[in-house]
Design a protein around this ligand. Structure first.
Ligand SMILES: [Zn+2]
Length: 134
């Protein structure tokens, strides 16, 4: 069964991320003092505690760092099975997301993936990943 799924609610901190996603950009923060790539959105750098964080746009390419195939959803509305991944982005950061366009039996750690975007409402577009083309 599938239907409405619970959607994220942007905060002052995460709003630039969601605005980027709505425009087809995968954004993350980078520390201007130590160069650390930061995700999820933070008020200060987790590596050096600087507040000089600036938003950058990712190339949206990386690999599957880890994954899980979900058969029993956390709430009604999710179509199962689906694949949850930790994506390792080429810029050196990780994010929890979904892998789409891939059969659960075909996902593998280290597999090349690229971002794709699924509009869920006027406000929320979810960045997901799919197997990289070529
Ligand atoms: Zn830093």
């Amino acid at each position: 069964m599938s239907g409405r799924i619970p959607l994220p609610r942007p905060t002052a901190l995460s709003r630039p991320y969601w605005e980027g996603a709505r425009n087809g950009e995968l954004r993350f923060q980078r520390c201007r003092d130590c160069g650390e790539a930061v995700f999820i959105p933070q008020p200060v750098c987790p590596a050096c505690f600087s507040d000089a964080l600036a938003w950058e746009t990712s190339r949206g390419r990386g690999t599957v760092y880890s994954f899980s195939v979900v058969h029993r959803p956390p709430s009604p509305g999710f179509a199962t099975p689906y694949i949850v991944v930790i994506a390792e982005l080429d810029e050196g950061w990780h994010m929890l997301s979904n892998l789409v366009g891939c059969e659960p039996g075909n996902v593998a750690i280290g597999m090349p993936i690229e971002v794709t975007f699924e509009a869920k409402s006027d406000e929320i577009t979810l960045p997901c990943f799919r197997p990289a083309a070529g």
